[in-house]
Design a protein around this ligand. Structure first.
Ligand code: WQD
Length: 338
């Protein structure tokens, strides 16, 4: 199929672009490069052996969006484009609601105008909020504790309502748990701008000497060792999940939702230990106060994705920490011309 990937130059988007090509799809990338580097495209060309077709622009620019659909024959869309910093969303809610919600509404309206009704949406485990029992299951009620999380909850609602109003839509919401790792080549990977919010990129920046040490946000949670537990999933597994979701959309209409996680929780200290053992690099850390809003334990029930998508993770925690480090140590300054 010819697949438009919004946010296709981003961390998960770029890995999904390669997975789509490996599964014989044709890819068109749409990105405004607000949180991704243009040189990612050079790396995708190198890794795929193809020349990426890229439209640089913003989902808030409806005439730009119409032009993309006018110029291209598109069979399906995978929608990653959106802001994703929890902290920034609290500070700038209007920016987040406009960019994530209005951008998505624009995309949906143009898709509808061109009769393109196959959509995979990048949702997040954050929609489970803090009050559901573990492991998180798809039928559980959704909620949020920050504007970023609310944009995911609201977009899922918009997509569900759209599918009810028009049964010709095939929509799959994928709820990511904690994506880490990188392509085995080490040529693309996670590149947060500024101080990393997330654990894995912070660890790799400590390992490569950009940061002096890791702050562990609390060790008094009700978890195996008191530190936060999360369901880390390799970005290669996550990317493959999107290919399966596209196929599912071809087989079944309506709005569907799946967890993409391993079903296992790993604590901060366990991840540090796995990283040190696999990569023979010491990660100095200091335990500090909890981060506001953090919950102690999060992990997925992956049964539905396994039964209905045929999805199950293949990469191990050792793969994740090895591949994250391989990317960082080979690209200490992020994307450069080489
Ligand atoms: C993981 C664990 C922290 C950094 C966030 C978003 C979520 C999703 C994934 C987009 C927690 C601890 C972290 C650090 C630490 N993003 N930690 N020191 O919070 O599970 O989820 O990213 O969808 O929406 O909320 O991931 O990597 O920030 O934290 O101790 O410097 O590591 O307390 O226990 P999180 P994270």
């Amino acid at each position: 199929m010819r697949v438009l990937v919004t946010g296709g130059a981003g961390y998960i988007g770029s890995h999904t672009v390669l997975a789509l090509i490996e599964h014989q799809h044709d890819v068109i990338i749409l990105d405004n490069f607000s949180n991704s580097h243009p040189l990612v495209i050079n790396r995708l060309n190198e890794l795929s052996g193809q020349t990426m077709k890229v439209y640089t622009g913003d989902l808030l620019d409806k005439s730009f969006l119409n032009n993309v659909f006018e110029q291209e024959t598109i069979d399906a869309v995978i929608h990653f484009a959106g802001f994703k910093s929890v902290g920034e969303s609290v500070a700038e809610p209007l920016k987040y609601y406009e960019n994530n919600i209005t951008g998505t509404l624009n995309l949906l309206e143009v898709m509808k105008a061109y009769q393109i009704k196959n959509l995979v949406f990048s949702s997040s485990a954050t929609v489970y909020g803090a009050n559901n029992p573990l492991p998180f299951k798809e039928p559980m009620p959704t909620s949020a504790t920050n504007p970023y999380g609310y944009t995911k909850v609201m977009i899922e609602q918009i997509l569900n309502d759209l599918a009810v109003s028009d049964s010709t839509w095939s929509i799959t919401n994928l709820r990511y748990f904690n994506p880490i790792g990188a392509h085995k080549s080490g040529r693309i990977g996670e590149l947060p701008s500024g101080i990393p919010n997330n654990l894995m990129p912070y660890i790799t920046q400590v390992a490569v000497g950009i940061r002096s040490h890791l702050s562990v946000f609390g060790n008094d949670f009700d978890t195996i060792d008191g530190t936060g537990v999360r369901d880390y999933i390799h970005v290669l597994d996550l990317a493959r999940g999107h290919v399966l979701a596209l196929k599912k959309n071809q087989e079944e209409r309506g709005a569907k939702v799946y967890n993409l996680g391993t079903g296992h929780g790993i604590s901060v200290l366990q991840l540090i230990q796995a990283f040190e053992q696999e990569n023979h690099v010491k990660i100095p850390y200091e335990v500090v106060e909890r981060r506001a809003g953090d919950i102690g334990e999060v992990y997925a029930d992956g049964t539905k994705a396994k039964e209905e998508l045929g999805f199950q993770t293949e990469q191990t925690i050792s793969d994740m920490v090895r591949d994250s480090w391989n990317w960082q140590k080979n690209n200490p300054n992020g994307y450069t011309q080489d």
